[in-house]
Design a protein around this ligand. Structure first.
Ligand SMILES: Nc1nc2c(ncn2[C@@H]2O[C@H](COP(=O)(O)OP(=O)(O)OP(=O)(O)O)[C@@H](O)[C@H]2O)c(=O)[nH]1
Ligand SMILES: [Mg+2]
Length: 399
């Protein structure tokens, strides 16, 4: 009974949540952003592509600023991505010359500003239903490709019918890194029948091959297609970080008590969030942290989980001082990192599918995942772990 009462009133140490938000922002700001030109005629599907490929509906919700008459710069706080969207390509020959000049200028001025600002890749969008490429488009593609890698994105690609056009384009032997057919958004045929979206993963894969190493991290953060890649990169960073922090081979060096360990772990979670790329709000973070302890006693399942984790704890609330060995700290930190990454994936999936995610579900997911990871690693923990260290550590996070 006492156990459940404690978790019913569980409150997260808000300082940690604030810290996590601030540190994540700082990490993202430090990252070299990926800078992309998205060109193509009106209605070619540039905005649809951008919104499907990158997170947070950036073409709609981002801040747009005109660079010239024909170029708009789009960015959004928290996403290490700058997009340059073109306008007016379908207008008069004069306008087309204007666009070409502006783009050339843009590439040059950005390059002069340094690596952080320089353009990394251009996506040239052609509507595959129109199945037509005009001479000035070829000229534009050739001009761009003299300075940066260019990918032709065949938008609104519905399937076989357009194959002929793909072959035609391939035979033109344009100086591009690839021609990628994409359907960015499911296409309604009739009634409830849709052609599902496809091709975006190919575009992600190709992009990662042709952009500089220095912006790989930013691209993985900004895109929302390859979640497994985010998970993999976040996990491998966490493993390296933990090994670096606690010593190789789990040498049992007494390092710290929870009060020192946790700020370090918050720093790690912030870095993980910046690698993964997810704009978490504070209440989501609070829910994740709360999930470490329990599900607020809200559900029977939650109570069960909490009791399972802490079933070995005799006197709850007892705080024992003393050092945590490097080995224990590293396994505990790994447990935290892996379950946190699981939850980020869960939240990202919900956001992409447009599902409203209640906070209690976030908390529950974190709790389940944390328990799973603890079970997984439990063989490596010392006997005293569940009785003292885990309890003390949890107490620091929750009050
Ligand atoms: N179903 C579906 N519709 C698409 C796709 N791409 C573009 N469209 C539709 O085509 C129209 C034009 O797409 P946009 O993304 O607005 O084109 P744009 O290149 O941004 O056009 P401008 O901003 O005017 O230059 C919209 O009605 C989109 O919904 C797609 O992949 N799937
Ligand atoms: Mg648009």
């Amino acid at each position: 009974m006492k156990l459940f009462d404690r978790f019913k009133n569980t409150a997260v140490n808000k300082e940690y949540a604030d810290d996590l938000v601030a540190q994540t922002q700082r990490q993202v700001d430090k990252m070299e952003p990926i800078n992309i030109i998205v060109a193509g005629k009106t209605g070619s599907g540039k905005s649809t592509l951008i919104n499907a490929l990158f997170r947070d509906n950036i073409a709609e919700t981002g801040v747009g600023k005109p660079v010239t008459q024909s170029i708009e710069r789009i960015s959004k706080e928290g996403i290490p991505l700058t997009l340059y969207d073109t306008k007016g390509l379908e207008l008069t020959p004069e306008a087309q010359v204007e666009v070409l000049k502006s783009l050339n200028n843009l590439i040059k001025t950005q390059k002069d500003k340094g690596q952080r600002e320089s353009i990394d890749v251009a996506y040239y969008c052609i509507n595959s239903i129109m199945a037509r490429i005009e001479p000035f488009e070829i000229e534009l593609i050739e001009a761009l490709s003299e300075h940066i890698p260019v990918v032709i994105v065949l938008t609104q690609y519905l399937g076989q019918e357009s194959n002929e056009f793909v072959n035609y384009l391939k035979e033109m032997d344009l100086p591009v890194k690839g021609i990628v057919p994409v359907l960015a958004k499911p296409y309604l045929i009739q009634g409830e029948q849709y052609i599902p979206s496809h091709g975006l993963q190919d575009l992600v894969d190709l992009s990662l091959k042709i952009i500089p190493d220095s912006v790989q991290k930013a691209f993985i953060n900004a895109q929302q297609i390859d979640l497994d890649r985010k998970v993999k990169d976040a996990r491998s960073w966490a493993r390296r970080y933990i090994r670096g922090s606690f010593g190789v081979g789990f040498t049992p060096i007494p390092i710290a008590d929870s009060a020192i360990l946790i700020p370090m772990q918050i720093g790690m979670l912030a870095h993980i969030t910046s690698i993964f790329g997810l704009s978490l709000n504070k209440s989501q973070i609070v829910s994740i942290i709360a999930g470490i302890g329990g599900t607020g006693g809200a559900t029977a399942a939650g109570k069960y989980i909490v009791s399972q984790i802490f079933k070995l704890v005799p006197g709850l609330g007892t705080i024992t001082g003393g050092a945590i060995s490097g080995a224990t700290a590293s396994i505990l930190t790994m447990t935290l990192a892996y379950s946190y990454i699981d939850v980020l994936k869960f939240i990202a999936q919900a956001e992409i599918s447009g599902r409203d995610l209640p906070l209690v579900e976030i908390q529950k997911t974190m709790n389940l995942s944390f328990k799973e990871q603890l079970d997984y690693f439990s063989d490596f923990f010392p006997d005293s772990f569940k009785e003292t260290i885990l309890n003390e550590w949890t107490d620091q996070f929750l009050k």
